[in-house]
Structure formats: C-alpha cells, structure tokens
Design a protein around this ligand. Sequence first.
Ligand code: TXA
Ligand code: MG
Length: 318
Amino acid sequence: MGIEPATHSTILRAAEALRDGKLVAFPTETVYGLGADATNADAVARVFEMKGRPRFNPLIVHLPDLDAAKAHAAFNAAAEKLAVAFWPGPLTLVLPKHKDSAICDLVSAGLETIAVRVPKHAVAQELMREAACPIAAPSANKAGHISPTTAEHVENDLGDGPEIILDGGFSSLGLESTVVDLSGEEPLLLRPGAISREKIENLLGAGLGQATENDAPASPGQLNSHYAPHAKVRLEANSVEPGEALLAFGDEVPQTEGPVINLSPDGNLREAAIHFFAALRELDASGCKTIAVMHIPNAGLGEAINDRLRRAAAPRGE
Ligand code: TXA
Ligand code: MG
C-alpha cells in the first residue's frame, strides 16, 4: 500500500492492520518506527525479518501513557519520576516485566525486563489509542542503515514490506530516544539519545552508570544482564548425551529420554524464532546440565537464532 498521509481514516486502517498482525510504519518525534502488536509473536518475528536483523535485539514497546505502561512493567520511584517528567517524549525506560504481561518473549529477546516508551507525536498517539495494543517498534530501517526521519526514508529501505507507511512529516528530533535501565541497583544509560544525560541525572539526583547499546549478549562477561541459560549450551548436536536436554529443529530428531522441545518440526525458521526464547527458558528450568542444540540453518531468521545461540554457548565470564 506504501505511503499514505496520516489522517484519521488511514490511522484507523493502520490500527486495524496492527490488530490483524500486520506491520505498520509510523512517525514518532524521534524517528519512524516499524510497529507490530507486541503480544503477537508471529508479527514480532516478521519485524526482525523485515529489518534483516542479524540478531535479536530487544525492541521498545510503545504505549499511549504511563498507566498503559504500568500494566506491563514494574515502576519504582525513580521510574515514576522520570516518566512523569519526560513522557510523552523521547525517553525509554527498561524495567522488570510483569509476569502476567501478554507481551511476547521475542520482544525483549528472552529478558525479564522490557523497554517502554510513550511517544509524543500526535500520529503515534492516535495510532496507539486506536490499535489498543502495545506496539513493539524498532526504527523502520534495514539493519545497519541510518534511522529514518521521513516516510520516504522508510519506503527506500523497506519498500512495500509494511502494510502501510503513515506519513506524518519530518521527525522533529531526528535522534532516537534515550534508553535508561532502572531494572537493576544502579540506573544505567544504555543508549544516549534525544534527552541528555544531565537532564536525567539532575532529575534523579544521581549519576547514571554507563553501558553500551546492544551490549550485553556480545560479551560473555555481561551475560548476567541478559538472559542466558544456567545450563551449558552445546551446538550442532547430532545425538544427545545422558543428562542433556535437547533443543530440536526439523523432523529428524535424535533419540533421547531427556526433555525435548522442537522449535519447528516443519523446519520453519519463523516458527522457530517465535518459540526460541521460551524454549531455552523451559529446558533450562528442567535442571539439565547441558542443552544440546541441533543444527539450525543460517537463512532468514536463522541467522539471528544462531547469533543468540553462539552467545549462549560462549565460555562464561564468571
Ligand atoms: O526513538 C526510538 O527509541 C525509536 C522509535 C521508533 O521509538 N525506536 C528505536 O528502537 O530506536 P530500536 O529497536 O532501534 O532500539 C531499541 C533500543 C536498543 O538499544 C535495545 O538494545 C534497547 O532499546 N532495549 C530494548 N529493550 C531492552 C531491554 N529489555 N533491555 C535492555 N535494552 C533494551
Ligand atoms: Mg535502530
């Protein structure tokens, strides 16, 4: 359908498309986002596919206001203070996810936290209210490309991939939201962005620790901050040893007495992506020493799955 000027009727159409599990590009005051219903794992998997993301970076969940955010994330006093001061606006807070939140595991790449943000842009606001679902949205560009600040940028990168690209004009800030992690003991600046570190520190009355964007899964020393299984992970398994759990893929599964989860008996990589984080968690909870993982092809979402598996299998820092 391509680019459509954002009007009440195109926004209604976009909201309906989101509820139907389709992807919609929409303007925010920072950059354009590629949105999916955050409770629909299949739609979220297609966001990673469409961006060509070689990894599962956790996505930001967009909500219309603080109350809506509180339905999914646990706010402490610091979070409440920042939200009241800067929302709606270009601030993203990483907070513990409520256990009963319907937001799917793939959104936060298996973490127990979620990143929430209340954008200010009028089109984004109307879309969120009409869709009435939390919207997971990374910037609407191909992985590795520059973030889009116009509807044309989105179209250049994603073509007619999104069901609709709502044109709300130029993103006035042109810089992504500042990401602050308040889920741990020390507040951390995960990504510098449109609100300065100083403004946030002044309000908190405390300094922000430093962390780098997309950091944690990269280095084994930081695995504690991203979800990593307690069990060891053994890749490219053709057989299963005693005491191992098996993460299977496809229809030629080796014999085992131990726990098995098959990510996709049909060998479908999107289906595998959808179940991947929950499956790792469940096998880990079985108390096995090692999770043996069958070969997963590196095509499409397989690349992101394999990236995550390599990190999970890397020697641990501690
Ligand atoms: O301005 C923005 O934030 C734009 C617009 C569309 O809202 N969105 C955006 O999303 O930049 P994305 O996916 O490109 O960046 C998400 C950032 C990444 O740095 C990611 O690592 C971090 O948020 N993030 C998301 N969830 C997280 C979590 N649970 N823990 C740590 N970091 C998280
Ligand atoms: Mg981005």
